[in-house]
Write a new protein. Structure first.
Length: 452
C-alpha cells in the first residue's frame, strides 16, 4: 500500500466523522480511499478499480467524470460560480427550471431550489402546511406518512420517516404523523400472510380509514412513489400510487411525491410518477438531478399551490424559506448537461435490455438458500438475506450479514453498500451489460460464500 494512502487513512481516522457509521469500528479497519472515477468505476489511491454498484449512493446517472458534464461544469466555473436567488435571477437556474418543468409530470410548473434531498422534503412539508393556512383551513396541520418510509435526516424529514432504527432516538424532537402501512414491506402486521393482493387491499383500506377520520386536519400525504428506498427497496404493487392519488383527491389532501431516489430514469421512466400517470401536488428531486456531480435539489409544485402564496407583502403570505446556495449555477449547469445526455444518448430508450437482464439475474438469485426475497423496479435491485427461507426468520441485525456480503464482494472488485440485510443493486444507468454481469456474478458468489 502506498505511503500516501496510509497518510490519507490516518487523516481520515483522526478527523472525519462518517455518516451512519459506528466510528469505533471504522477506526479499526483502514478504509479504501477513492481518488478518481471513470465510467462506472471508482479508482482508489493504490490504483485499484471498483465497480460502483450503488452509483455513489444512488446519485450517479451517466458514469463518473463524464466528459460532457465535466465540460459544462468547467465552463460554468469560468463564467459564474455563485450568486444568489435572493433578490436576483440567474441564467442557469432559470434555464434548468424551464427544462425541469418540460420533463416533469404535467401540471408541475414552479421550481423551488435547495441543495439536498432532506431540504427538498422540508420545503415540501412547509409549503403544504402554509398552503392550507392561506386557504382558510388553518386546522389542516398534520401529515400522513408511510411506515418504513425514508425522507431524509433533518427534523421535519425524519418526522415523516418511518424507520425506527434511524429515527427512534430523536422521537421527542419529531412532530407526530398519521402512519399508514406500506404494502409488501413484510414489516407490518397487515400482511403476515404474504398474500400480496390482500396486503395491497388492506393497506389501501387502512389509508382510506385514516383519511376518512382525519382529512379535515391533514395538510398532505408524503410518499416515495413506486419504491421505498432506504426502507429496503420495497416495491409497491402496480396501481398503488394511482390509488393514493385518487384518495388524496377525494379527501382534498396534497400529495407530496419524494422522487429524490427514483427520479431521473431510475425506474425506467424519467420520474416514477410517470409510470402511473400521476401528477403529485408537490414533488421533491435531488440525488440524480446533477447526475451525482453536485449537491442540488428542487421542490416542484403546481400553479394552484403557488397562487395561494400570492398577495400584498403585508398579508405575510410569502414563503419565508431559503438556503444560501439555492440554485447554485455550477450545480444547475451540471443538471442541464445531464438532461442533455438523456436526450443525445437516448438513455431511457437504452435501459430495457439492462432492466430485463437485472430482472432475470434476480430471479436466479431467488433460488439461493438464504435469499428470502428479491425485489426489482427498473434499474434497482434488492436481495434480502434471511436465516430461514421458509419462515422468513431474519438474520439478527447484529450479525451484519449484509455488510459481510458487501465486504466479500470487494474480492470481486465491487463497491456495494447494503441496507441492513438487503443487498442493494443501484448502478449508474450507463452501466454496460458486461459490467452488469460482473456485478451480478460477484454478488451471487459473495452471497454464496458468506451465507453458505
Ligand atoms: C436520500 C433520500 C433523501 C434525503 O436526501 P439527502 O440528500 O441525503 O438529504 C430523501 N428522500 C429519499 C427518498 C432519499 O432516498
Amino acid at each position: 500500500m502506498a505511503e500516501r494512502t496510509r497518510e490519507l487513512q490516518e487523516l481520515d481516522r483522526r478527523h472525519v466523522w462518517h455518516p451512519f457509521t459506528q466510528m469505533s469500528e471504522w477506526e479499526a479497519t483502514p478504509p479504501l480511499v477513492m481518488e478518481r472515477g471513470e465510467g462506472c468505476w471508482l479508482i482508489d489511491t493504490d490504483g485499484n478499480r471498483w465497480l460502483d454498484g450503488v452509483a455513489a449512493i444512488w446519485t450517479n446517472v451517466h458514469g463518473h467524470c463524464h466528459p460532457h458534464i465535466n465540460a459544462a461544469v468547467k465552463r460554468q466555473v469560468d463564467r459564474l460560480e455563485h450568486s444568489t436567488l435572493l433578490g436576483l435571477a440567474g441564467e442557469q437556474p432559470a434555464l434548468l427550471a424551464g427544462r425541469l418543468v418540460e420533463i416533469a409530470p404535467k401540471g408541475l410548473t414552479k421550481v423551488f431550489y435547495s441543495d439536498n434531498g432532506s431540504t427538498a422534503m422540508e420545503i415540501a412539508i412547509k409549503m403544504a402546511f402554509q398552503y392550507w393556512q392561506h386557504q382558510g383551513c388553518p386546522e389542516r396541520t398534520k401529515f400522513i406518512s408511510f411506515k418504513n418510509a425514508y425522507h431524509g435526516d433533518t427534523v421535519g424529514a425524519m418526522s415523516v420517516g418511518g424507520i425506527d432504527i434511524y429515527h427512534e432516538v430523536f422521537r421527542p424532537l419529531l412532530f407526530p404523523t398519521f402512519a399508514a402501512p406500506s404494502p409488501y414491506c413484510y414489516r407490518c402486521e397487515l400482511c403476515p400472510s404474504r398474500d400480496p393482493q390482500r396486503c395491497n387491499r388492506e393497506c389501501l383500506a387502512e389509508l382510506e380509514r385514516i383519511m376518512a377520520a382525519h382529512a379535515v386536519e391533514t395538510a398532505g400525504l408524503v410518499i416515495e412513489p413506486l419504491l421505498q428506498g432506504a426502507g429496503g427497496m420495497i416495491v409497491q404493487p402496480e396501481g398503488f400510487l394511482q390509488r393514493v392519488r385518487e384518495l388524496c383527491d377525494r379527501y382534498g389532501i396534497l400529495m407530496i411525491a419524494d422522487e429524490v431516489a427514483v427520479g431521473f430514469g431510475r425506474t425506467g421512466t424519467m420520474f416514477a410518477c410517470d409510470r402511473e400517470g400521476v401528477t403529485p401536488d408537490i414533488m421533491a428531486l435531488s440525488k440524480g438531478i446533477t447526475a451525482g456531480y453536485l449537491p442540488l435539489a428542487a421542490t416542484l409544485t403546481t400553479q394552484a399551490v403557488y397562487d395561494a402564496f400570492l398577495g400584498e407583502y403585508r398579508e405575510l403570505k410569502t414563503f419565508f424559506h431559503g438556503h444560501t446556495f439555492t440554485g447554485n449555477p455550477i450545480a444547475c449547469a451540471a443538471a442541464l448537461a445531464s438532461l442533455e445526455l438523456f436526450e443525445t444518448d437516448r438513455l431511457l430508450e437504452s435501459l430495457p435490455p439492462k432492466m430485463d437482464y437485472l430482472k432475470e439475474r434476480l430471479a436466479g438469485l431467488r433460488a439461493l438458500d438464504h435469499v428470502g426475497d428479491v425485489r426489482n423496479c427498473g434499474m434497482v435491485g434488492a436481495v434480502e438475506l434471511v436465516r430461514d427461507r421458509e419462515t422468513r426468520e431474519p438474520y439478527p441485525w447484529e450479525e451484519r450479514v449484509g455488510v459481510r456480503v458487501c465486504l466479500e464482494a470487494r474480492r470481486h472488485g465491487l463497491f456495494l453498500r447494503p441496507l441492513g440485510n438487503v443487498i442493494v443493486i443501484f448502478p449508474p444507468l450507463t452501466i454496460t451489460l458486461d459490467e452488469m454481469k460482473l456485478l451480478l456474478d460477484g454478488i451471487e458468489a459473495s452471497i454464496r460464500t458468506v451465507t453458505g
